[in-house]
Design a protein around this ligand. Structure first.
Ligand SMILES: Cc1cc2nc3c(=O)[nH]c(=O)nc-3n(C[C@H](O)[C@H](O)[C@H](O)COP(=O)(O)OP(=O)(O)OC[C@H]3O[C@@H](n4cnc5c(N)ncnc54)[C@H](O)[C@@H]3O)c2cc1C
Length: 162
C-alpha cells in the first residue's frame, strides 16, 4: 500500500517522488508515456533564480515579502539540485556561472535597473552593470546574479542564461 501516488514522471513528479521517498513515504509514480521524455526531455537544464524581469513586478504586486519568498524558493531549489547532484554523485557537469539579463536598447534600461534593485532587495546577489565599453553594441545595462547554477546535460557544457 502506498502513502502517496505521484502522477507524471517529468522533473516535477520525479523530484516529488524522490523527496517523499527520502522522507520515508512509500511512493508510486505513474507515467503514461516514458520517464523524463515529456517537456523535461527537452530542457536546456539551466537552473537560475534570475528569470528575465520578474522581481520588480513581484515587489509591486506581492510586496517585498512576496518577492523575497519567491527569490528564496528559486534559489533554494537551485541549491537543492546541487546538493542532490553531490549526494548521488551525478555526473552532470554541474557548474556555477553568473546569470545575465541583457537589454538590447536603451528603452528597457530603466526596467533593468529596477529589476536589479528589486532582485537585490529580495535577497539575491544581483547588480546592474552599465555599459562601459565603446565596443559594446548595446547601450543598455544588464542585470547579473553571481551564484546561479546551470546544470548541463551529460556530454555537453551549457552557458548561463541570457
Ligand atoms: C526547449 C526547452 C528548454 C527548457 N529549458 C529550461 C531550462 O533551461 N531550465 C528550466 O528550469 N526549465 C527549462 N524548461 C522548462 C522545463 O523543462 C519544464 O518546466 C519542466 O521540464 C516541466 O516538467 P514537468 O515534470 O512539470 O512536466 P513534463 O516533463 O512534461 O512531465 C509530465 C509528465 O507527466 C506525464 N503525464 C501527463 N498526464 C499524465 C497522466 N494522466 N497519467 C500519467 N502520466 C501523465 C507526461 O507523459 C509527462 O511525462 C525548458 C523547456 C523547453 C521546452
Amino acid at each position: 500500500m502506498n502513502d502517496v501516488t505521484v502522477v507524471g514522471g517529468g522533473v516535477a513528479g520525479l523530484s516529488c517522488a524522490w523527496e517523499l521517498t527520502r522522507a520515508g513515504r512509500r511512493v508510486a509514480l505513474l507515467e503514461a508515456d516514458r520517464i523524463a521524455a515529456g517537456v523535461t526531455g527537452y530542457t536546456t537544464a539551466k537552473l537560475s533564480s534570475l528569470h528575465t524581469l520578474v522581481y520588480e513586478r513581484l515587489r509591486r504586486t506581492r510586496g517585498a515579502d512576496g518577492a523575497r519568498a519567491y527569490a528564496q524558493s528559486q534559489q533554494g531549489a537551485v541549491e537543492r539540485v546541487a546538493e542532490i547532484a553531490e549526494l548521488l554523485d551525478i555526473e552532470c557537469e554541474l557548474e556555477r556561472f553568473p546569470a545575465f539579463t541583457f537589454g538590447r536598447d536603451p528603452v528597457g534600461a530603466d526596467r533593468l535597473r529596477a529589476e536589479a534593485a528589486a532582485a537585490k532587495g529580495a535577497g539575491l546577489a544581483a547588480s546592474c552593470q552599465e555599459p562601459s565599453s565603446p565596443h559594446r553594441t548595446s547601450s543598455s545595462p544588464r542585470t547579473t546574479r553571481s551564484s546561479t547554477v546551470p546544470c548541463s546535460s551529460p556530454g555537453s557544457r551549457r552557458a548561463a542564461n541570457s
